[in-house]
Design a protein. Structure first.
Length: 291
């Protein structure tokens, strides 16, 4: 749908472990390279809590600002995944929680296919690209093993970094954010990151092990991208959550359409409905086009 220049990643929230995101201020005047020749909508369909499979493009109706669109169903087999792991490495994660997170991360990486790519973003008071996107998951595993927990929490900056990193012309982007606390160190504002999410195809699933009232930023980010927020106990085994996210994402439908009869710029409401089939539809509420 809409692409964010990778240069934004370099101007955003990455820094050395000992410092803060020194270039994040540059993102206050972002330049988005956008196009709306094709809109992609990641859709989850469930019925009584069970995922509905076997649907075709003819089973979906998509409205863009109320205007019906001609929908195509993209083949999942032809679209590998970009899986971005953004893991909280603040001081509160040290000890058994970090060991739990490493085990869960390894299990998720074990479920990737040869054409998929993965990356690891770690964050405390600084955001670090610990392992760039690669199909070699051993690099991500090694980075996860080397990660140490210290400092405070730059959750908002890390989410922005993961959203931009996941963007690719060939792959479906899944960002999985894990955090156990409230943001205490970010330079970027939540509204800026939410606005960025409205311009990209990245789907965000978040796992929060903190107090539910502190998960508002992640809850809204997941809603805007058509993902989900999973709230778990502070001592919960994270493996079922992370592996379950990957499994669910592979069973989502990826719809595509060329916008017709709508303005090229501004906010576009998206409505996805089923034709004849029974089920609940979960998808992003819309997208932001133009500059």
């Amino acid at each position: 749908m809409i692409r964010v220049a990778r240069l934004l990643l370099l101007a955003a929230a990455l820094a050395a472990p000992a410092g803060r995101p020194s270039a994040a201020a540059a993102a206050q005047n972002p330049t988005f390279a956008t196009r709306v020749d094709a809109v992609r909508v990641d859709v989850l369909v469930t019925d009584a809590g069970r995922i509905v499979e076997g649907l075709s493009a003819a089973d979906f109706e998509v409205l863009d600002n109320g205007v019906p669109q001609q929908v195509d169903l993209l083949s999942f087999g032809e679209l590998p995944l970009n899986v971005i792991l953004a893991f909280d490495m603040s001081e509160s994660v040290a000890g058994s929680r970090l060991r739990n997170l490493r085990t869960a991360g390894r299990a998720l990486l074990g479920g990737l296919r040869p054409a998929d790519q993965a990356a690891l973003v770690t964050f405390s008071h600084a955001v670090v690209l610990a392992a760039d996107l690669s199909s070699d998951t051993t690099l991500v595993r090694a980075a996860l093993d080397d990660a140490a927990a210290f400092g405070s929490t730059a959750l908002v900056d890390a989410a922005y970094t993961g959203i931009v990193l996941g963007e690719s012309d060939r792959a479906r982007a899944l960002l999985i954010v894990f955090s156990d606390g409230l943001d205490t160190a970010s330079f970027l504002q939540p509204d800026f990151v939410h606005d960025t999410a409205r311009r990209t195809d990245t789907v965000v699933y978040a796992v929060s092990a903190g107090i539910p009232e502190k998960a508002g930023f992640l809850r809204e980010l997941a809603r805007l991208t058509g993902g989900s927020l999973l709230e778990v106990g502070t001592r919960a085994d994270l493996t079922p959550a992370l592996v379950g996210i990957l499994s669910e994402f592979r069973q989502r439908y990826l719809l595509s359409y060329a916008p017709r009869g709508v303005a090229p710029d501004g906010w576009h409401d998206i409505t996805v409905r089923l034709r004849g089939a029974t089920g609940a539809v979960q998808a992003r509420p819309g997208y932001l086009a133009g500059f």
